[in-house]
Write a protein that binds this ligand. Structure first.
Ligand SMILES: CC(C)(COP(=O)(O)OP(=O)(O)OC[C@H]1O[C@@H](n2cnc3c(N)ncnc32)[C@H](O)[C@@H]1OP(=O)(O)O)[C@@H](O)C(=O)NCCC(=O)NCCS
Length: 158
């Protein structure tokens, strides 16, 4: 599939809300559309949201990259979501590759959180070289742990 990653804007709002809403993540961490819209407006205004577009410029999914969002200024992926019908076709990988390109240009370490129930997303991150470096129990919801995943810039490891 031909995918282009560009900075997102208000035009992409409805598709971003949909991508997040119709997922296990959206169901468990439920936000009404208005609340999600408010959050996304903040991300669009900061220029931190990137969207995946197909050849007809349809928005298939998005990633929120806070370049100084983790700990003492390391890159952090705040949200990643692909529209239900478009999953399993490489869109999430393309968005994560964009995160790696931007993130590694700034820092040798990238971070992302994944909920303990989200086995599919975890598998994808691990396939791309992220490893679990910690766990935060009950961070967003009681009874659910967030796994802290990190990827170290490959050339830093040798
Ligand atoms: C996780 C997610 C972003 C991956 O995007 P994607 O476009 O489906 O990913 P890709 O096509 O590049 O890679 C597919 C891999 O993603 C993982 N995956 C997770 N959920 C999936 C789903 N519902 N459908 C297909 N693949 C899924 C699998 O590991 C799959 O690997 P496989 O093909 O070897 O089985 C997407 O499934 C999604 O939006 N899920 C709901 C929101 C979410 O959980 N976000 C992550 C928060 S930490």
């Amino acid at each position: 599939m031909q995918i282009k990653i560009v900075q997102g804007n208000l035009e992409h709002m409805a598709d971003c809300i949909e991508a997040h809403k119709y997922s296990q993540l959206g169901e468990i961490y439920y936000h009404p559309d208005e609340e999600m819209a408010e959050l996304l407006i903040d991300g669009f205004n900061k220029g931190e949201i990137y969207v995946a577009l197909d050849k007809d410029r349809n928005c298939l999914g998005f990633i929120w990259i806070a370049l100084s969002g983790a700990f003492y200024g390391f890159p952090y992926c705040r949200i990643l979501a692909v529209k239900k019908d478009c999953r399993g076709k490489g869109v999430g990988t393309a968005l994560l590759n964009h995160y790696q390109k931007m993130g590694f240009a700034k820092s040798g370490r990238l971070f992302i959180l994944v909920s303990d129930f989200n086995k599919g997303a975890r598998k994808l991150y691990e396939r791309l070289g992220f490893i679990q470096v910690g766990t935060i129990p009950d961070l967003f919801k009681k009874g659910i742990s967030e796994l802290i995943l990190a990827k170290f810039r490959p050339e830093d490891e040798s």
